[in-house]
Design a binder for this molecule. Sequence first.
Ligand code: PMP
Ligand code: GLN
Length: 384
Amino acid sequence: MNPIFAEAPTTIFETMSRLAGQHNAINLGQGFPDDPGPQDVREKAAEAVISGWNQYPPMMGLPELRQAVAAHYRRFHNLDLDPDTEVMITSGATEALAGALLALIEPGDEVVLFQPMYDAYLPLVRRAGGVPKFVTLRPPHWRIDEDALKAVFTDKTRAVIFNNPLNPTATVFPREDLELLGRYLEKFNAIAICDEVWEHVLFDGLQHQPLIGLPGLRERCVKIGSAGKIFSLTGWKVGFVCAAPQILKVLGKAHQYITFTTPPNLQAAVAYGLAKDDAYFLGMRRDLQAARDRFTVGLSSAGIAVLPSKATYFLNIDLAPIANDIDDAAFCLRMVEEAKVAAIPVSAFYAEDHVRSVVRFCFAKTTDKLDGAVERLAAFMKRG
Ligand code: PMP
Ligand code: GLN
């Protein structure tokens, strides 16, 4: 069997969720919200199952959804996308990532990855025959620096996977970093696979800037989004891929042999949801920001060092002030067993040069859970 999968561990998300169940812990590990998602969007999906078309939808996605995606990105990000030639619907961002890698790289091509990286990237790159080249980002700023890019870009670089806002660090790259990356894409004739699933989950008034919207990068980017994060419906797995026509044509060929299509009722409901007024999107941010603030205040008053969270459902704590040689994975195991709170060790998102002092918590949870977790963690830290 292929060793990339045969020898792969179970994902850290499954592992920590299983441990949370075993120890009856509050699960702040795997990133999914307690919020059930907007009722009207869910009703649309239900209605579409009962009265809609339940046979194969068009391979590139329902026309109404492709139009809704283009209109949505025009409204929020000032992008000008042709729904017929530049937008495709996939079964989640994960399918979009897999398809993009299969379609864009040939065995031996180099792919630049920024660590910490979402867990699916590396096995998918390897299975597509890509050779990973890592750029290591470090707390507390997790910024890209030019020397690091200089060290990994070569004339074999074909693609970069660029996740912004970044899971697990909960940061948003400043425009300066996007421009720096853009210069390297141009210089080395490479393509960025932009994982922007967190594009709507930004706080403190920050606005998302898609890389594809920067001057000169329109033909160098594959932009990937996901309804899961926009509507707090992570199980829905409806992804959006936007790219210039000549790129999207090839991505469509990969998609037609992977899933071919995506459930039509969910597509119809997402098309409806993307057209919701600004108040919905702002309200979602406001509620999540309030949860972030509540959890941050709680942890800080328990003497725990919290790293700034500017986006995503996550915030990180820094264990470095507790001890120099701390190991985040061991810490998370003890925490789930003794404090009965599950989190994710950020070292799981590195392939080499691991940062081992940072632990990720999901705050998209009820206030009872957040307050309960703070109480348990405060007592746990006091015991030492
Ligand atoms: N990329 C990132 C950075 C994510 O955080 C996630 C899900 N949390 C995904 C991709 C997967 O998205 P989907 O569920 O739409 O496949
Ligand atoms: N993306 C989610 C997270 O970061 C988990 C997704 C999964 O379980 N594969 O927590």
